[in-house]
Design a protein around this ligand. Structure first.
Ligand SMILES: Nc1ncnc2c1ncn2[C@@H]1O[C@H](COP(=O)(O)OP(=O)(O)OP(=O)(O)O)[C@@H](O)[C@H]1O
Ligand SMILES: [Mg+2]
Length: 319
């Protein structure tokens, strides 16, 4: 992604800049973690990649280069071929992502047959094979289940089986474990890692959990109010975070899920989190930064590579 921007037009004509010039690079087979506080634009970013933003939202600029082609320039037909087949997505709430009216078998075979010309029977066999691959217990039996008959962890396994059924090259996982309990969540992450190993799938993992990110990602991007403030190798960033915001996130260990501006004591960093309605001028983090100095008030720092370690950071301290 280069300079990607996604906005929402409000009723009063004001504009919310949810994704405000994002640069992220993801290599084949890479597990890339995207972290940042609630509301910073992670979900909007992931939906933008698949062009799933609907009005009043719109992508207002930038590029999403996928294997040499800018996804933003594809016609709808070509984009449909990318969705699911090349880039698949799994969501936070697997129960809500499955259709409550259809069995696992019906939903899986429908997806499989959408892109592959095989019989119903073959599609069912393929579905069972995939459910076994994602270690769903009693896969054959579960084929006949409706989503409400499955636990959250089981639903997420079904979602992952559906996601990999089309052999995508990349999976975007938006908080895939946050609705699950810790042990099940860890199993799901292990499963994603195993699939990456087997099929060399790239994964964009969106998470509040720095522990999970540090465990499974090789690269990390830190997002704040619609922009990436720091990105680079996991080890470099964890050992030697450069941006004051990253430093604060790592000190806190876990990013608060619902930090509310009014409850400053719950915020990991001093000061209110501005909304994406009124992004501060200059460096957008300056209102909360412990190292703020004059330049930060009116000049937006660019994401620049540090020669020492290859980390990219958007901060005037390093210029
Ligand atoms: N449909 C919409 N209409 C208007 N604003 C929206 C819409 N969807 C998202 N936004 C705004 O875009 C910004 C980013 O939201 P987003 O859901 O991407 O945050 P997030 O980083 O995924 O947060 P969380 O960690 O809580 O999931 C927020 O300010 C949000 O209010
Ligand atoms: Mg989100």
């Amino acid at each position: 992604m280069k300079g990607l921007k996604t906005c929402f037009k409000q009723k009063d004509k004001s504009i919310i800049r949810a994704v405000d010039g994002v640069d992220i690079e993801i290599a084949p087979g890479e597990v890339h973690g995207l972290v940042g506080e609630s509301g910073c634009g992670k979900s909007v970013l992931s939906l933008s990649i698949l062009r799933l933003i609907s009005p009043p939202g719109f992508i207002s600029g930038g590029e999403i280069v996928w294997e040499g082609n800018d996804l933003l320039r594809l016609d709808n037909n070509d984009m449909r071929k990318i969705r699911g087949k090349e880039i698949a997505m799994i969501f936070q709430n697997p129960q809500a992502s499955l259709n409550p009216l259809y069995t696992v078998s019906q939903q899986m075979t429908a997806v499989i047959r959408l892109h592959r010309k095989i019989s119903k029977k073959e599609a069912k066999e393929e579905a069972v094979r995939l459910l076994k691959m994602v270690q769903l217990p009693d896969a054959e039996k579960r084929m006949k289940s409706y989503p409400h008959e499955l636990s959250g962890g089981m639903c997420q396994r079904v979602m992952i089986a559906m996601a990999i059924s089309l052999q995508p090259k990349m999976i975007i996982a938006d908080e895939p474990t946050s609705s699950l309990d810790v042990t099940i969540g860890a199993q799901i992450l292990n499963l994603l890692i195993e699939l990456r190993r087997q099929f060399n799938i790239s994964i964009l993992l969106i998470s509040h959990d720095m522990g999970a990110v540090s465990r499974i990602c090789s690269k990390i991007s830190v997002m704040y109010l619609g922009r990436i403030l720091e990105t680079g190798n996991k080890t470099d960033i964890f050992q030697n975070p450069q941006h004051p915001y990253t430093q604060a996130l790592l000190d806190a260990g876990k990013i608060p899920v619902h930090s509310h501006p009014a409850k400053s004591e719950n915020n990991l960093i001093k000061g209110d989190i501005p909304g994406s309605m009124d992004i501060p001028s200059g460096c957008r983090f300056h209102t909360r930064c412990p190292s703020v100095f004059e330049k930060c008030y009116n000049m937006e720092p660019e994401l620049k590579t540090l020669t020492a370690n290859g980390i990219k950071v958007a901060c005037h301290l390093y210029e």
